[in-house]
Design a protein around this ligand. Structure first.
Ligand code: NAP
Ligand code: MG
Length: 517
C-alpha cells in the first residue's frame, strides 16, 4: 500500500460569510437532533441501564445535548471480557486492512466535518475556529497513524548475523482502556483510540462525562468505516464509578489516559497492582496537567506580537487547554509596557454563547466555574487584579477573561493548574530569573520564549524543561506530525502524540532468529 506523504488538514476561514453560513446551517441541523438517548455498545450489542448521564450545553446550561445510559461495574467487566475475546481475532487482521479502515474513517470525518464541529460547539462550548482545529486534528491523527502503522508493519532494520536469518516484528498488546478528557473532546479521544486500534489492539472507550457525544460520533464513524464489532466498545459512565473496574481488570493490558494529574496518579497506582490471574504489568500512558509559561524577554522583537501570543495562548478556549499559557513571565525592563498593552487587548475579548461564535465562550461546567472563581479570589490576594475577575452575563458558565499582575512566582495561582481564563503575570529581574521561574512548578508541558537574542533562545533550548517549547510564537496549537506532543514531570509520560514514537506505546516487539546453513 502506497500513500501520499502526510499533510495536515487545512482550516476553513469563518470570516468568509459563505463558510460561516455552512457552519451555522450545520448547527441548526444538530439542534434538531438534541436530547436523544444513546446506548452503551459492547461487542456490537446495545445495552441500556437504569441510570442515565446527561450532557448539557455549557453555553446554555438548561439545554440537554444528549443522554447516555450510564455504564455499570457489570458492564465494565463485560466490555473488557468482550474486548479480550475479540482481540484473538483482531490481532491477526493484517495491518494493511486495519489501516484501510482508519483511512476510511478519516474520509467520513472529513465529509462530516461541519457536523462534528457543530456538536462540539454545542457540547463543549468551543467557538467555530477552536472546534474546527479540534476536528482537523482528529483527522490528522487518523491519517498520520495510518501511515505510521504501515511503517511499523514493514521490514524492520536489524543487524545481520552470520548463519542466521533475523527479523523483528511489532505485535499489539491486548485490551486497552481509553480514557480521554473533555477539552479536546474529539481530537484526543480519536487520537488515543485510533492509535490503539490501528496497532491491532481492542479497546474499551470511556468518554468524558462532559462530552460523551463526541465519543458517540467516533463510534458511528468507525462502524461506518467497517470496524468489526467488539474492537471498539463504547462505555459512557462516571470515571469514579466504572473507571477503577476497567483499570483494575486482570485482562486489561494497557491504559491510555489524558486528563488531570490527580486522576492520572490514581490510575497509575491502581494499574500497578497485579490482580489475581493477571499475567503482565499493565502499561500506563498518562498525559496530565500543565502550568505553562511564556517568557517575554527585554530583547523582545515586537512587544505587540508577544502580547498577542500571550492572549491567544491564555484565553483561547477560555484557557481550558493543557498547553494554555497561565503564566506570563516578563522582564522588568518591558514589564509596565507589556501590562498596559495586555490590559487593552484582554478587555477587547467578548464573552458569549459558542454558537454565536464569540471569541470567548463558557467554561465547561458548574464545578469548573466554581473552582476557577475560587482561584480568582485567591489570586486577588496574591496580586493585583488587572481585568476581569468575575462571572460574565448569560445562562452559561461564563467568566470574564482575568489577568492578575505582580504575582509572586511561588503564589498558588502561579503553581497550581486552574484550567480557565486566568493569567498570572510575574515580573522577572532578568533572563536567568525568568528561566528559573519557568522551571519552578511540578509540571513541564509547554512553554514559549519571546526574544530577539539567539543566545537566549539557545539557552532556553537547553534549560527550559518542557516537552513542547516554542520561540516567538504562542504555546498552544500543536500540529500533528510537526509538533509531537507530550510533557515532562507531572505533565505526563511524554507520549509525543502525533509523533513517530507514539504507536510504539501500543505495541511490543518480537525478535525472531532462524539458523540457516
Ligand atoms: P479528568 O477529570 O482527570 O478526567 C479525564 C477522564 O478521566 C474523564 O474521562 C473522566 O471521567 C475520567 N476519570 C475520572 N476518574 C477516573 C477514575 N477513577 N478512573 C478512570 N477514569 C477516571 O480531566 P478533565 O477535566 O477531563 O480534563 C482536564 C485535564 O486534562 C487538565 O488537567 C488538562 O491539563 C489535562 N489535559 C492534558 C493533556 C495533555 O496532553 N497533557 C491534554 C488535554 C487535557 P468523568 O468525565 O466521568 O469524570
Ligand atoms: Mg456539557
Amino acid at each position: 500500500m502506497k500513500l501520499k506523504p502526510f499533510k495536515n488538514e487545512s482550516y476553513h476561514n469563518f470570516s468568509d460569510p459563505k463558510i460561516f453560513k455552512v457552519q451555522n446551517d450545520a448547527l441548526k441541523q444538530v439542534r434538531r437532533k438534541l436530547g436523544k438517548t444513546y446506548d452503551i455498545i459492547i461487542g456490537g450489542k446495545k445495552y441500556q441501564t437504569g441510570q442515565k448521564l446527561t450532557s448539557f450545553n455549557p453555553s446554555d446550561k438548561d439545554e440537554v445535548v444528549a443522554q447516555f445510559y450510564k455504564g455499570t461495574k457489570e458492564l465494565a467487566n463485560l466490555a473488557i471480557e468482550t474486548a479480550a475475546k475479540k482481540f484473538e481475532q483482531w490481532k491477526n487482521v493484517p495491518a494493511v486492512e486495519r489501516v484501510k479502515i482508519l483511512l476510511k474513517a478519516a474520509e467520513i470525518a472529513k465529509k462530516r466535518r461541519f457536523e462534528i464541529n457543530a456538536w462540539m460547539i454545542t457540547e463543549a462550548g468551543k467557538n467555530f475556529a477552536e472546534a474546527e482545529a479540534d476536528t482537523a486534528e482528529a483527522i490528522d491523527f487518523m491519517e498520520f497513524y495510518a501511515r505510521e502503522m504501515l511503517r511499523y508493519a514493514d521490514k524492520q532494520p536489524i543487524t545481520p548475523l552470520p548463519g542466521e536469518k533475523n527479523e523483528l516484528t511489532y505485535l499489539p498488546l491486548g485490551v486497552g482502556v481509553v480514557v480521554p478528557p473533555w477539552n479536546f473532546p474529539f481530537a484526543i479521544l480519536v487520537g488515543m483510540s485510533s492509535a490503539a486500534i490501528v496497532t491491532g489492539n481492542t479497546i474499551v472507550l470511556k468518554p468524558s462525562s462532559d462530552t460523551p457525544m463526541m465519543g458517540q460520533l467516533y463510534y458511528e464513524i468507525m462502524k461506518q468505516a467497517g470496524l468489526p464489532a467488539g474492537v471498539l466498545n463504547f462505555l459512557p459512565g462516571s470515571g469514579g464509578e466504572v473507571g477503577d473496574t476497567l483499570v483494575a481488570h486482570p485482562l486489561t493490558r494497557f491504559v491510555s489516559f489524558t486528563g488531570s494529574m490527580e486522576v492520572g496518579i490514581h490510575i497509575n497506582k491502581l494499574a500497578a497492582e497485579v490482580q489475581p490471574g493477571q499475567k503482565w504489568l499493565k502499561r500506563v500512558v498518562a498525559e496530565m496537567g500543565g502550568k505553562d509559561s511564556i517568557i517575554v524577554d527585554n530583547e523582545v522583537k515586537n512587544l505587540d506580537d508577544a502580547v498577542a501570543g500571550v492572549v491567544a495562548s491564555a484565553f483561547g478556549f477560555q484557557g481550558q487547554k493543557c498547553s494554555a499559557c497561565s503564566r506570563a513571565i516578563v522582564d522588568a525592563k518591558v514589564y509596565d509596557k507589556f501590562v498596559a498593552k495586555l490590559k487593552e487587548e484582554v478587555e477587547k475579548i467578548q464573552v458569549g454563547p459558542a454558537k454565536e461564535n464569540y471569541k470567548a465562550g463558557p467554561v465547561i461546567n458548574a464545578s469548573a466555574e466554581r473552582n476557577i472563581l475560587s482561584y480568582i479570589e485567591i489570586g486577588k490576594n496574591e496580586g493585583r487584579l488587572l481585568c476581569g475577575g468575575e462571572k460574565a452575563e448569560g445562562n452559561g458558565y461564563y467568566i470574564k477573561p482575568t489577568v492578575i499582575v505582580d504575582v509572586d512566582p511561588m503564589a498558588r495561582i502561579s503553581q497550581e493548574e486552574i484550567f480557565g481564563p486566568v493569567l498570572a503575570v510575574i515580573k522577572a529581574k532578568n533572563f536567568n530569573h525568568a528561566l528559573e521561574i519557568g522551571n519552578n512548578t511540578i509540571y513541564g508541558l509547554t512553554g514559549a520564549v519571546y526574544t530577539n537574542n539567539k543566545e537566549k533562545l539557545a539557552r532556553a533550548k537547553k534549560e527550559f524543561f518542557v516537552g513542547n517549547l516554542y520561540f516567538n510564537r504562542k504555546c498552544t496549537g500543536a500540529m500533528v506530525g510537526g509538533h509531537p506532543f507530550g510533557g515532562f514531570n507531572m505533565s505526563g509520560t511524554d507520549s509525543k502524540a502525533g509523533g513517530r514514537d507514539y504507536l510504539l506505546l501500543f505495541m511490543q516487539a518480537k525478535a525472531m532468529s532462524e539458523k540457516v546453513k
